[in-house]
Design a protein around this ligand. Structure first.
Ligand code: GLC
Length: 432
């Protein structure tokens, strides 16, 4: 019996015997549980670890250094995992399955909350101890499982269209495209410029990994389709979804998207854009500050993602912090999580690495908007973003999406067949 089962059983016993309110057990409404850090599950002080993707901006190390200077007896060690989200998930799951205490605070991709909470790999958190009311609502929702809080937003993410404003201007295109057809027309004009003749039009993330799930979902949603309907049922074998997938498949065939883009993760696309190989790039906000420092600095801008008949829709991304159920020193961990998800830390992540803050007020701060002109586009992207399927078997669902979308992109299957097969795969998973 693990600690959580023990706690749940103890809670039920108390409830039956004394009719006490659920809040005492940290259940669905724990808004009065600000003293929960004193409960056995949040006890113990001392060194802990923070486990996240390696950070090329160096800002994670900087934030942890600030904490460590203030807490010499409760130091945090940064365990840097590979950049690929699927490998991060694998390593965190392995750690949980062996009940290892090596990982304390986990940086969870927003799509993993249900899976980690349902398996009891992470602890339920006391809502009252985090300023959730100041955060964008969709970001907070990503950290919940069955209405309980299991992970707290550290950074959000919304896809944006990066474009070479210098070249569009020179080619006489005065506003960024809002539809895929307009994007292709703008590219045709730009490619007539001598300096752009070897450039490709567009890329996103099309390697077979989580980024492909994101890009596939965006293409489907931006054509008016869905992967799962409002009730969570798979509904991807539709004409609308096909139009979305066909945009990607046809663009690869006609060269709008370069062939090598089927090997691109976020960083590959960023490099291609920075090296002047792309007119348009779909990517996350972190690219902004790095690209500003590159040779395309001052030559690009961002716009909302385009779609079939009008503006497209992003997949909601981002990272939340969660507490490993198997960790030691949970009182320290909870304090570190509060520090790490504070508005001050989010401002540092924004200023140093153009990461999307969960805090709403930062998007409306005039001085920040002047300095970071992409903030209004990003806020819209996040507020209009579609969550990826919120299912406990997220890993299996995402891997089915990746398999089928990749088969269509590489011409192994028609898009109609890929969607039919994906619908069957997802139906099988939801029947489990
Ligand atoms: C970003 C997003 C995350 C997404 C990943 C895909 O890190 O924040 O939500 O799953 O990209 O590659």
């Amino acid at each position: 019996m693990n600690a959580r089962t023990t706690r749940v059983l103890q809670c039920s016993a108390v409830l039956v015997a004394a009719g006490l309110v659920l809040t005492a057990c940290g259940s669905s409404d724990d808004s009065n549980s600000s003293g929960q850090s004193k409960s056995p599950s949040f006890s113990g002080r001392g060194p802990i670890t923070y486990v996240a993707a390696k950070d090329s901006s160096g800002v994670t190390e900087k934030v942890i250094d600030t904490w460590n200077k203030q807490h010499p007896k409760e130091k945090v060690t940064f365990v840097a995992l590979p950049g690929d989200p699927d490998s991060q998930r694998q390593q965190m799951i392995q750690n949980a399955q062996t009940k290892s205490d090596a990982y304390t605070v986990l940086s969870l991709d927003v799509v993993w909350s249900s899976e980690f909470a349902a398996h009891q790999w992470i602890d339920q958190l006391p809502t009252a101890q985090f300023p959730l009311g100041k955060m964008l609502k969709p970001t907070v929702e990503t950290g919940k499982y069955r209405d309980n809080l299991y992970a707290v937003p550290a950074s959000s993410d919304g896809g944006m269209l990066y474009y070479r404003s210098d070249l569009l201007k020179k080619a006489g295109v005065s506003t960024p495209p809002t539809t895929w057809a307009q994007m292709q027309a703008a590219c045709a004009k730009v490619k007539k410029l001598p300096e752009a003749k070897d450039m490709s039009c567009y890329a996103g993330q099309f390697q077979k990994y989580e980024g492909l799930t994101v890009n596939f979902a965006e293409a489907v949603n931006s054509a008016g389709g869905v992967i799962t309907d409002a009730g969570g049922k798979p509904d991807v074998d539709t004409p609308a979804a096909k139009k979305g997938l066909d945009f990607l498949v046809d663009s690869l065939k006609d060269g709008t998207i370069p062939k090598e883009a089927v090997t691109y993760q976020e960083e590959d696309g960023r490099q291609a854009f920075q090296n002047g190989k792309l007119v348009f790039l779909r990517n996350w906000p972190y690219v902004y500050s790095l690209a500003e420092k590159s040779k395309v600095g001052g030559k690009f801008a961002v716009a909302p993602l385009p779609g079939l008949d009008g503006a497209g829709s992003s997949s909601l991304g981002g990272h939340n912090v969660a507490l490993s159920s198997f960790a030691k020193n949970k009182a320290t961990a909870l304090d570190f999580m509060k520090f790490f998800t504070s508005q001050e830390t989010a401002t540092t992540f924004l200023e140093d690495a153009s990461m999307a803050p969960p805090y709403e007020s930062l998007y409306d701060d005039r001085a920040l908007v002047k300095q970071y002109p992409y903030l209004p586009v990003l806020k819209k992207s996040i507020l209009n973003a579609a969550p990826r399927p919120r299912v406990v078997q997220y890993g299996d669902a995402s891997s089915a999406i990746q398999q089928q979308a990749y088969a269509a992109l590489t011409g192994e299957k028609s898009s109609a067949q890929a969607l039919k097969d994906l619908q069957a795969d997802l139906q099988k998973l939801s029947a489990q």
